[in-house]
Design a protein around this ligand. Structure first.
Ligand code: XIL
Length: 313
């Protein structure tokens, strides 16, 4: 079949994946698929706060640089992930207790990372996962120390650091219309009305097989109608092991449906899957006994999901 990146390009979309450079270094099949199938790269871990600033003011860009050069060599765009997030936030930053100091640490971090790759990043997840399922703000260290203001502050700082990157808010369990996506919708609407620089919303779309919300497309569309781009940023669909043929078929249908939903919306920029193969998926670590979540299985033989994705493009 035609590389998925080419099929996506014909529709004006990108097809992306979460990339782990240490895996490419030891697994030639992984690397070959990474190069052939995708037009966009997200760092699975290497651009996060703990990876880029393990000690305050001391930046380590080796992994992130490696991702930039891989993408460049393969003519792929880079989706930056993530500037500010409560998870994989270094301990030194979590321990800050004064508002001004937390603000300074956050802004210095954004300036350094977004500044280093200025002009080379298609879009940044400026803020990741700041809301709870019920629509309240997550009580992270950032939230507790700085108050509600921290999110817009992060967006303003990111805009100044890289005026050409699209600036996104990204979260999970926001794939349908629910209390959490409603709260984010209200935030985006408010930001747009007050001129806070936000350009896009990412929907992680870490799904459990059989649970794709019926309102998925309607939800993406209502955000697009606010005047922001939308994207499926971390798609995977987990199955309780051992996966039955029926599970794999349901999964295939849902992979195809998500791609179709995005490709049917002009402001949806494309779909990124969170990995390539089940072999290295993050799912067994967070959800023991579950996996089979990606379009390629452990042996790189393809699953029904892959054909379904290709067909939906
Ligand atoms: C995950 C990675 O896949 C793992 O390797 C890491 O141990 C933890 O983070 N939401 C996100 C991603 O925004 O950054 C997370 O990635 C998965 C959930």
């Amino acid at each position: 079949y035609e590389p998925l990146r080419d099929a996506a390009a014909r529709k004006g979309k990108t097809f992306g994946f979460a990339y782990a450079p240490h895996i490419a270094a030891q697994d030639s099949q992984y690397k070959a698929i990474a190069q052939r199938e995708f037009s966009m790269v997200t760092a699975e871990n290497n651009m996060k706060w703990d990876a880029t600033e393990p000690r305050r003011g001391q930046f380590t860009f080796n992994g992130a640089d490696e991702i930039m050069s891989f993408a460049k060599a393969n003519n792929q765009k880079v989706y930056g992930h993530a500037l500010v997030w409560h998870s994989q936030m270094p301990n030194w930053a979590k321990q800050i207790t004064s508002r001004d100091d937390m603000r300074r640490a956050m802004n210095d971090h954004i300036k350094a990372v977004a500044g280093r790759y200025k002009g080379q990043i298609e879009a940044w997840d400026v803020v990741n996962e700041a809301f709870e399922w019920n629509g309240t703000r997550r009580q992270s260290e950032l939230q507790k120390v700085m108050g509600d203001y921290w999110i817009e502050e992060a967006f303003r700082t990111a805009r100044a650091a890289d005026p050409n990157a699209k600036l996104c808010y990204n979260d999970y369990s926001t794939d349908g219309i629910n209390a959490k996506s409603d709260a984010i919708y209200r935030m985006v609407k408010d930001f747009k009305s007050r001129g806070v620089p936000i350009d896009c919303v990412g929907f992680q779309t870490h799904l459990i097989v059989g649970e794709l919300p019926a309102t998925n497309k309607q939800n993406l569309q209502r955000f697009a109608d606010l005047g922001v781009d939308v994207r499926i940023t971390e798609l995977d669909i987990r199955i309780k092991l051992p996966a039955s043929q029926q599970d794999l078929n349901t999964q295939a249908r849902e992979y195809g449906q998500v791609v179709e939903n995005c490709f049917g919306i002009s402001r949806c920029t494309g779909v990124t899957i969170w990995g390539i193969t089940d072999k290295y998926s993050w799912i067994p670590q967070v959800s023991p006994g579950w996996n089979a979540s990606l379009p390629w299985n452990e042996n790189y033989t393809t699953k029904p999901a892959l054909a379904s994705v290709a067909q939906a493009m």
